[in-house]
Design a protein around this ligand. Structure first.
Ligand code: GLY
Ligand code: MN
Ligand code: MN
Length: 422
């Protein structure tokens, strides 16, 4: 409310999503709504009235014993106001009637252009005010997007948020370790996915933060592979990109390990290269450094490796300049991490890459993906490797909150040796 000075912020919670016919996906609140309220029920709307007579208002579902018998407890307006700190709360069916009065003559801020029904609700309220006050125009004279204001707040995590993210990272890390100890040739990718989800759920995670990628062999070169239905073959690699969501915060880890006990020499070459790029990229993260620095560091390290391995020709400068590295490394080196796996917050300010601040959380995830091509030595074909960790920008440097996940070749081969002995 301080950030807007005066006016009214209107935030809608996410709609429920049908899975098929009359069954619903498990409810996931809107991240902005939850960030400002901690309230996670569908059919809820909050109004934050800023300025001299400031107040906070929640509209939510009424108690309904019969429906609660089927679909679970509804908090109800009175209790929701107490628990979540709203000054006033009303049944959701009073929202349309009360809205015009609350917003008249006030600037409106809302999450514009996300759902038709949110946009329409605001414009219908404006129309209702016009229709009522023919002589004096009492309608809001400006409607603004609230996104950037909330996104900038969400970008810097406080200690409470960081503690949840550290716990989420630990659970995901344990899930990856579980997979490293479970995998054997002959199993199917979906069986490995099941192990990971088991570890998430067993530890109180409400959901994976995104659909897990369990990609063996050539599938590891498909960046968003989620079919997860191939059989694991000795000699191939398994790339797992999986992270849980805990108390509304995401984690995001990728590891790539051998389905047998050892990396083959060509797999080792590519693995060491990606690992070197990842460590170099992480090492340059600290407050004041530009967001693009880890990416620039990663592409230079990878480009040198591509030259050394005979995958690219020319100098590092020319490979970077001509973007030749894109043949093998075609995605960014990371993203903000928070309530959403690809979290909110601008990457650039006035066209310049922004600078890191303490409390920001990001992933660092370079990779190398080699599709079959006649100019490329065959022993590199179908090797896809990504290594991804979650980093908090902190006063003491980059804090790798996923660091308990085995990462060096020795650490991983030790795990794989144990797995084959179990
Ligand atoms: N798991 C999604 C990503 O790494 O961006
Ligand atoms: Mn990621
Ligand atoms: Mn990932």
């Amino acid at each position: 409310m301080d950030a807007i000075g005066s006016g009214v912020i209107i935030l809608f919670n996410a709609p429920e999503q049908t899975r098929s016919r009359d069954t619903q996906h498990r409810y996931r609140h809107d991240s902005n709504f939850y960030y400002l309220s901690g309230f996670s029920e569908p059919d809820s709307i909050m109004l934050l009235v800023a300025g001299a007579k400031s107040k906070t208002i929640l509209f939510c579902r009424e108690k309904n014993p019969e429906l609660e018998l089927w679909d679970g407890i509804r908090t109800g307006p009175k209790k929701a106001a107490e628990i979540h700190g709203f000054d006033e709360a009303y049944p959701i069916n009073q929202f349309h009637k009360k809205l015009p009065n609350i917003i008249k003559n006030k600037k409106i801020f809302f999450d514009m252009g996300i759902h038709n029904v949110w946009d329409e609700t605001i414009m219908n309220a404006v129309r209702a005010i016009h229709a009522k006050s023919k002589r004096e125009n009492e309608a809001p004279d400006s409607i603004c997007d609230i996104k950037d204001i909330i996104y900038e707040m969400r970008l810097i995590k406080d200690s409470h948020e960081l503690n949840i993210m550290r716990r989420a990272a630990e659970i995901s890390s344990n899930a990856h370790k579980r997979a490293m100890l479970y995998v054997r040739p002959g199993l199917y990718e979906y069986q490995v996915e099941a192990e990971i989800l088991h570890e998430f759920n067993k530890n109180g995670c409400q959901a994976p933060a995104y659909t897990s990628v369990v990609a063996s062999g050539k599938n590891s070169c498909i960046l968003h592979y989620i079919e997860n239905n191939d059989q694991l073959k000795n000699g191939e690699l398994l790339l797992i990109d999986a992270g849980c969501e805990l108390e509304s915060y995401a984690s995001d880890i990728t590891r790539t390990f051998p389905i047998g006990k050892h990396y083959s020499p060509p797999q080792k070459d590519i693995y060491e290269l990606v690992l070197g790029a990842q460590i170099a990229a992480i090492d340059c993260i600290s407050e004041g450094v530009s967001y693009e620095q880890p990416h620039l560091t990663a592409i230079r390290t990878l480009s040198q490796g591509f030259i050394d391995l005979g995958l690219c020709k020319g100098s590092v400068d020319s490979i970077v300049e001509n973007k030749d590295y894109l043949d093998f490394y075609m995605h960014g080196t990371g993203h903000w991490l928070g309530m959403d796996v690809h979290d909110v917050g601008a990457y650039k300010i006035k066209n310049n890459s922004r600078k890191f601040k303490n409390g920001m959380v990001l992933t660092v995830e370079p990779g190398c993906y080699i599709r079959p091509k006649k100019e490329i030595p065959e022993h590199f074909w179908n090797i896809g490797i990504r290594i991804e960790d979650d980093i908090v920008v902190s006063p003491s440097g980059p804090e790798v909150i996923t660091s308990n996940t085995p990462k060096t070749i020795n650490e991983i081969e030790d795990m794989r040796k144990i797995a084959h002995e179990i």
